[in-house]
Design a protein around this ligand. Structure first.
Ligand SMILES: [Zn+2]
Length: 190
């Protein structure tokens, strides 16, 4: 999969804006399903290890995108989120969310960008029980617009609500990989 320079810069801004994870949807043009030209946030409640989208906000986002003339393939297939730690490996909750929320789509991508630049991208297709790893790149070939941090900041403030960390007894679902947890949260009983 590829990102536009604009989308990539925005994602880095959002990743580094706070201490929590941040999530959104990738926007694509018709005929270019793996080229993310923009990223849109929805209202969400975030911790350092979780993102929970607000259901109403997701419904509103879908309505807005349909009103803008886009098809679901262009806005509801690429789930993007950041990890404030070093690992981009999905957690158990990430895998569960991806399967539950996107399991009925003909295809969907889970993309994760970690603080240190590590990436993870996985494509799932209907009828294929195995997901496919995707390579990740930034496509600089076309002209691209400059950054727009004032607008990104507004979107961040509008959408991202930091929440308390989940209680420790809920975390047994979360560990995706032990090194990540042991480096980031040495207090976790792993
Ligand atoms: Zn995650």
């Amino acid at each position: 999969m590829k990102f536009s320079p604009h989308a990539w810069a925005k994602l880095i801004y959002l990743r580094d804006r706070g201490t929590t994870e941040v999530g959104g949807f990738g926007i694509t043009d018709p005929g270019q399903p793996r080229f993310v030209k923009d990223i849109v946030l929805v209202s969400q409640s975030c911790t350092e290890i979780t993102v929970a989208f607000d259901d109403t906000a997701v419904a509103d986002f879908f309505d807005d995108q349909i009103d803008a003339g886009r098809h679901p393939e262009q806005f509801a297939r690429i789930w993007i989120h950041t990890h404030p730690g070093r690992s981009a490996e999905p957690s158990g909750v990430d895998h569960e969310t991806f399967a539950r929320v996107f399991g009925n789509c003909d295809w969907a991508v889970m993309f994760i960008l970690a603080r240190n630049g590590a990436t993870y991208a996985e494509l799932k297709r209907t009828g294929n029980p195995h997901s496919e790893p995707l390579s990740v790149g930034i496509d600089f070939r076309d002209e691209f617009a400059g950054s727009n941090q004032a607008v990104w900041e507004g979107e961040y403030l509008r959408c991202v609500q930091a929440a308390p960390m989940p209680p420790i007894w809920d975390l047994d679902l979360l560990p995706g990989d032990e090194p990540y947890l042991s480096e980031q949260w040495p207090w976790l009983p792993i």
